[in-house]
Structure formats: structure tokens, C-alpha cells
Design a binder for this molecule. Structure first.
Ligand code: TMP
Ligand code: ASP
Length: 234
């Protein structure tokens, strides 16, 4: 498969069209951004780590019967994915309180949510990705009610699979963000699953193993992502 032209360049990835209309190449960049892109750094090695981690986690989900866009990893920082019509919705699942839910609702950090919480956000940088309700999704025609129900149910299935897998590797899946797209009428999981889009804590020490190290200037960023890769590939 040959890359033809870059269709979309985001903060952390480039999506390339290929000589096949059904497939794209997803390239992981070394750029790290936070706070709507106002904080930005280039971190050597990040793209390779996220491509590897994402490939492992998509592979795991595929084995468990979750429909994803992932086809195969083709180089250090690239994977082939199915071409989807992406929905303008981000789905966040939270098992443990961290980040925006603490700021927004005054919930104490590390409070456990059982059952987990599912939230929807509008994918719109200019509006700072606001949280939205299912009614907002309906009036903005971002997805049908059936697709919303399916995203919620897929997000919770993915939670069960990933949580169990990570628990066995001494990691707590705190929260994560998913993006879905359509292949015809079929809802398919797209984007990436990496420490950029998930929060992972070490189960024994509570150590932060994700992009919060960058957001909070904690250092040890590449070391933490390398440790995540080692654990998910073990
Ligand atoms: P939040 O605490 O900032 O709402 O983030 C919840 C989870 O979603 C966290 O694992 C990071 C991820 N996330 C993204 O991947 N992209 C985003 O733009 C945002 C806001 C969150
Ligand atoms: N990735 C998003 C940004 O660049 C938000 C975040 O993950 O903090 O703003």
C-alpha cells in the first residue's frame, strides 16, 4: 500500500490517503500537546511508543471481538487503518476521578466510580471540546440514538476488556477517550488508544504513567510510556 497525500494533520497524528480508497495510513508524530494545544513540545520517541502501544491495544480489542479500524502496524510510527467517516463526538469512560471531572464538579481525585461513568464531548477545538448530553447529540445530528447507544455499550465493553488486561499488568485504567466512525452503516472504533488518550496509574505505587506527566511537567515522560509498552506487550 502506498501513501498518496496527507488528508488530515492533527496535533499528534497525520492521516494519509493511500492508493486504496478503503485504507489509510495513520502516522504517529512526536508532538505532545495539552490544554487545547497551548502547551506544545516535540518529544523524540513518542510517536514510535504510541504506535506500538496502540497496535497492541487495538489487537487485544480485535481478539475480543470489538470492531476497530486497526489493520496492521507497518513501520515504527505508522499503522494501516480502515477509512472511516468520523463522528464529531469524543466518548470518555471514567473508572477513577482525575482531570476535568475533578475541576468541573469538585469531585475528589482518585474517587472510584463503580459502575464507570460515560461522557460525551463535542470534538471542536474552537469551542474547547465541551461536554454534551445525548439530547445535544440528537439536535446537532452528530449521531443517531442507535449510534449513541452503541458507542456507550462498545465503550463499556472496551472498558471491561482493557481494565482486566491492565489489572493483570499492575496498571489501573483511570479513564480514556475513544473516537468512533462509520464504515457504511457500521460503527467502528477509530483514532488511537495510548497514554496520550488514556490515564494509567501503577496499581502498586499509584505512579502516573500517561500524558499527565507532560501536562503537569512531572518529567519521566518517555520512561513512563516505555514502561506502558513493556507491560502491554508482556
Ligand atoms: P479529561 O480529564 O481532560 O476530561 O480527560 C479524560 C480522558 O480523555 C483522559 O484520559 C485524556 C483523554 N482526552 C483525550 O485523549 N483528548 C482530549 O482532548 C481530552 C480533553 C481528553
Ligand atoms: N490533547 C488535547 C490538547 O492538545 C487535550 C489534552 O489531552 O490535554 O489540548
Amino acid at each position: 500500500m502506498k501513501k498518496t497525500k496527507a488528508l488530515y494533520e492533527g496535533k499528534a497524528k497525520i492521516l494519509w490517503e493511500t492508493d486504496s480508497p478503503d485504507y489509510m495510513v495513520q502516522e504517529f508524530k512526536n508532538d505532545a500537546t495539552a490544554f487545547d494545544g497551548t502547551k506544545h513540545e516535540v518529544i523524540a520517541g513518542k510517536g514510535v511508543l504510541n504506535n506500538r502501544i496502540s497496535s497492541h491495544l487495538f489487537g487485544l480489542l480485535k481478539d475480543k471481538g470489538v470492531r476497530t479500524h486497526f489493520i496492521e502496524k507497518i513501520s515504527d510510527n505508522e499503522m494501516v487503518v480502515e477509512r472511516l467517516e468520523m463522528l464529531r463526538v469524543e466518548v470518555v469512560v471514567r473508572n477513577v476521578a482525575a482531570g476535568s471531572i475533578c475541576r468541573r464538579l469538585g469531585i475528589e481525585a482518585l474517587k472510584r466510580f463503580d459502575p464507570p461513568i460515560v461522557e460525551f464531548y463535542l470534538k471542536d477545538d474552537d469551542l474547547h471540546d465541551p461536554i454534551i448530553t445525548q439530547d445535544h447529540i440528537r439536535i446537532m445530528e452528530l449521531a443517531t440514538q442507535e449510534q449513541v447507544d452503541q458507542m456507550r455499550s462498545d465503550a463499556l465493553t472496551i472498558n471491561t476488556v482493557m481494565r482486566g488486561f491492565l489489572e493483570q499488568r499492575d496498571m489501573v485504567l483511570v479513564d480514556y477517550k475513544l473516537e468512533f466512525g462509520l464504515k457504511g452503516d457500521e460503527l467502528v472504533l477509530g483514532d488511537e488508544i495510548s497514554p496520550d488518550t488514556c490515564r494509567f496509574h501503577d496499581a502498586k505505587t499509584g505512579e502516573i504513567m500517561d500524558k499527565d506527566r507532560f501536562r503537569q511537567d512531572m518529567g519521566g515522560f518517555i520512561e513512563a510510556y516505555t514502561e506502558v509498552l513493556e507491560r502491554v506487550s508482556s
